[in-house]
Design a protein around this ligand. Sequence first.
Ligand code: AHR
Length: 333
Amino acid sequence: MRGTKRFRLARPIAAALGAVLLVGGLAACGNSDTGGDGGDDGKLVLGFSQVGAESGWRTANTTSVKEAAAAAGIELKFDDAQQKQENQIKAIRNFIQQKVDVIAFSPVVESGWDTVLKEARDADIPVILTDRAVDSADKTLYKTFLGSDFVKEGRLSGVWLIEHKKDATGDVNIVELQGTTGSAPANDRKKGFAEAIAADPKLKIVASQSGDFTRAGGKQVMEQFLKANPKIDVLFAHNDDMGLGALEAITAAGKVPGKDITIITIDAVRDGMQALADGKFNFIAECSPLLGPQLMDLAKKVHAGETVPPRIETEETTFTQEQAKEALPNRKY
Ligand code: AHR
């Protein structure tokens, strides 16, 4: 083009600049444990984008994935998205650039994945959704979903509450601590619980807000709930961690958790089970984080071009206080 000067960088400078750009690009993408092209030793390479480290459940899930990859002889490229969708999208694009064999990820929220999933499909890299689903209408964008039935977890919590409060007279005021806004577990657990308690008109949700699945969030939102609502009979927390944070707020407000306020949570991680066994929680619907071995099995299958079921659900149970006392000594996470 006329008037445009063309520059040519000396080769060593261009190489150094290229290296800086590459490192910068990878660093921009959350916390990656490994980088660069892998698989030279013939191992299957799995790129895994984790939501973050927001809860005890998440920590147990990360451990399960890392241990299972090592046991299965799979090279894992692990990325922690720190609860941000943009980090997950960058991580997936990096995995595509690195030509990994399979991509798995646990989507922080349900919407907004179509573009990057199309990029993975165009690059011929199969994608596995683990733990959380996406709301894409095009089901060919991923091979399978591995995880829990979150609606069922919410429903089981509501069904237990109906029985627990069957003899109560007058309104039963419920506050709800939701998980991360827009995430599949927050949407589905809310839905399942609301559908179940609709069977008993005295059960009323008087406040519902996100605590982002963290202890700090649970504590802070519960403090607000306690200030704004003079009579709270039940707390339904979408995970143990928010319930544990809420315990601090409830105790500080001079109330006895598990007695003055009935507490229902989801997950059944060790700290939650301890609170249940101690009588501070009343009921937990289990959500298993131990997805690693099944994920590795699926990664091998989709890489080999085998057809896998479109949805694989984890087997889960529920716990009362007595059941928690029994199960706690053998709880693995
Ligand atoms: O997606 C699973 C949920 O995410 C767990 O219930 C919660 O603890 C986590 O943060």
